[in-house]
Design a protein around this ligand. Structure first.
Ligand code: NAD
Length: 256
């Protein structure tokens, strides 16, 4: 379905980004990966699906490196047809204890990076009159939790940016939508499970059950594969007129 298209997925060396990259690769898209840590293993997973793959290690908090990432994708595969703004970090603390440099980093990586990547990728998409921008927001783009001020502010901002991007391009073949997962068991969430286990003196399994029970009525994690299927739908022809949506896949979290 996506043969001949190129998808740039930020933060795709791990977790949800890797899951989305695999789902798009399975549909035949070329993949440009990005993110920190080991890139060889994730690249091998994409290659095993038969997709062409390239990697660029841009730090998504740095606009000049984001421009270089988009230009690298265009030079390697000729275009960025699908942009998945996924890179993200978390920090958990009350506002009065929140390190200002952590606030700045979360806003830069979870929000501003999507603005920069979009502004660099949009001219090419518009020139071809086809494009998909998928912003990986969160259920925290729709509702809040205590001790996540920067993350909730960034994700609400990302949902707003998604709507503006959709409206500015509404008469074109370029769509923009947000994907809003509840809990997904990735390294980002495992850290929060570990912190809860340590704080309460309980096992990993008990901490996991408590984490899900607090917020997610289904008591189940959303999986990267489920999110990948949603991304594929939004990239399909059936997604042509889905514009500016924030689609939660959260086990009922935001329905409460
Ligand atoms: P993760 O920690 O597994 O992956 C994050 C990815 O972003 C990694 O590839 C990491 O290297 C990359 N990254 C971090 N900082 C970067 C930077 N400065 N420059 C480039 N890459 C950088 O986390 P995840 O859970 O897969 O999170 C992916 C996205 O999904 C994030 O935006 C997160 O907010 C969002 N999300 C996660 C959950 C969840 O429950 N895990 C829920 C809702 C939304």
């Amino acid at each position: 379905m996506l043969q001949g298209k190129t998808a740039l997925v930020t933060g795709s060396t791990s977790g949800i980004g890797l899951g989305l990259a695999k789902a798009l690769a399975s549909q035949g898209a070329n993949i440009v990966m990005n993110g920190f840590g080991d890139a060889d293993g994730p690249m091998a997973e994409i290659k095993a699906l038969g997709a062409a793959v390239s990697y660029h290690g841009a730090d998504m908090s740095k606009p000049a490196e984001i421009e270089d990432l988009v230009r690298h994708a265009e030079a390697t595969f000729g275009a960025v047809d699908i942009l998945v703004n996924n890179a993200g970090i978390q920090h958990v603390a009350r506002i009065e204890n929140f390190p200002p440099e952590r606030w700045d980093a979360i806003i830069a990586i979870n929000l501003s990076s999507a603005f920069h990547a979009s502004r660099f990728a949009l001219p090419g998409m518009l020139s071809r009159n086809w494009g998909r921008i998928l912003n990986v927001a969160s259920v925290h783009g729709l509702v809040a939790s205590a001790e996540k001020s920067a993350y909730v502010a960034a994700k609400h901002g990302l949902v707003g940016l998604t709507k503006v991007t959709a409206l500015e391009n509404a008469t074109t073949g370029v769509t923009c939508n947000a994907i809003c997962p509840g809990w997904v068991l990735t390294p980002l969430v495992q850290k929060q499970v570990d912190a809860k286990a340590a704080a309460l003196g309980v096992s990993n399994a008990e901490a996991t059950a408590l984490l899900l029970g607090e917020k997610e009525p289904s008591l189940q994690f959303t999986t990267p594969e489920e999110l990948g299927a949603l991304a594929v739908f939004l990239c399909s022809a059936a997604g042509n007129n889905v514009r500016g949506v924030a689609w939660n896949m959260d086990g009922g979290w935001a329905a409460q």
